[in-house]
Design a protein. Sequence first.
Length: 137
Amino acid sequence: MPKQNKELPPVQQTEKELPQVGSPENTIVIGGRLVEIKPTKLRYQRNHTAAFYKMLELYPLADILAMEAGAFGDDRDGDKAVMDWLIAVFDDEALVLENYDAMDTGTVEQLLEIFRRVNRIDEKEQKQKNLQTARQA
């Protein structure tokens, strides 16, 4: 007795998500694309662009964006300074220019948190505080 042929499987294939690359806590979605934030290159540190994170910690983003040219000791206004810092964080000018207007305060705050972590700023500041405390004791 001949065996009956079984049904063919469906032709459609299910798509799987791409595997996570790098550290998930250091990634952010920008323009529908997952981007990993890596330690900042020396060129942005040498030209003091990376140090702008301190302004973002002290002042509300809306106030920074409203600052006039010359507020930072050079010819940049707040908008340009924020954009320059974002370029330093991503090291991808095209990505920032494409998505700048779509970014919001939450995104900038999340980037600031990742920036501090990947550049080990919190860790180094804690060491400084511990050394100062030890000296005073």
